[in-house]
Write a protein that binds this ligand. Structure first.
Ligand code: SF4
Length: 249
């Protein structure tokens, strides 16, 4: 007992008490802010590897952005990345940040299906499908349940079988080879169920967008309930997005 108390005193609390307000230490690229400073927009748009930068007005589509930081390094007077990790929404267009905007990326509660909050509000089990992912987003999803972020304290966990799940979290750009396994997994999940896209690759295809090796028809057939931006998404982005979608925070 005394030894355990000594360890507790020595290590302190390992979990983050409030995952909705904690600040991320160190370097982190979260929600960008774009100033109204005039710049050469052609040059700015051209440097982006994924075509995430739009013009007139200048915008960044977080669903396509790889968060490489190149635009902010080359045009610091125009673009800066804040540490705001709340980058999840159920409205695809909300991931497009336009110049002069400095508002949060949020879930539009009016568009959340009532059964999601009614049935999945206290307990949410998810099946993760890596649809040609590179293991980065998968790694961060895993981290969301480690002792520090401790997502399971909210009743949100990943499960091994789709039959035990309430939804699917898709990572990766969805290759042709993964289209059918994803469909099989989805059909095995009982209703009501949700679709979550985690990371740039899942949301838009990322650097693979337009590749003939992809088959993203699944996304034409079903409504996406939550987009979690990031490349890969931070565990705090994942947790806050799922909490916003399923319960009142
Ligand atoms: S940080 Fe995003 S918007 Fe900027 S250059 Fe990289 S991919 Fe493009």
């Amino acid at each position: 007992m005394l030894d355990n108390l000594k360890i507790l005193f020595h290590q302190g609390k390992q979990f983050i008490p409030d995952v909705t307000t904690v600040e991320v230490p160190g370097i982190f690229r979260g929600r960008p802010v774009i100033s109204r400073e005039p710049v050469n927009e052609d040059e700015l748009a051209e440097l982006c590897p994924t075509g995430a930068i739009g013009q007139s007005p200048v915008s960044i589509d977080l669903g396509r952005c790889t968060f490489c930081g190149e635009c902010a390094q080359r045009f610091p007077e125009k673009i800066r990345f804040t540490k705001d990790y709340k980058l999840s929404t159920n409205v695809r267009d909300r991931l497009v940040i336009r110049e002069g905007e400095d508002g949060p990326v949020e879930v539009d509660l009016r568009l959340v299906r009532p059964e999601i909050r009614r049935v999945l509000g206290d307990s949410l089990k998810l099946r993760q499908v890596s649809a040609a992912g590179d293991n980065s987003a998968e790694w961060e999803l895993n981290a969301a349940n480690n002792v520090q972020f401790d997502m399971s304290r909210f009743g949100i966990e990943f499960v091994a079988s789709p039959r035990h799940a309430d939804g699917v979290v898709i990572t990766g750009p969805i290759s042709e080879n993964m289209a059918e396994p994803l469909q099989i997994c989805w059909e095995a999940i009982p209703h009501p169920k949700i679709v979550v896209l985690a990371g740039t690759d899942a949301i838009s295809g990322g650097i693979y967008e337009g590749s003939p090796a992809l088959n993203r028809e699944f996304l034409d057939r079903y409504t996406v309930d939550l987009y979690i931006a990031g490349n890969p998404p931070h565990p705090l982005t994942v947790i806050n997005g799922l909490l916003e979608l399923t319960r009142k925070i």
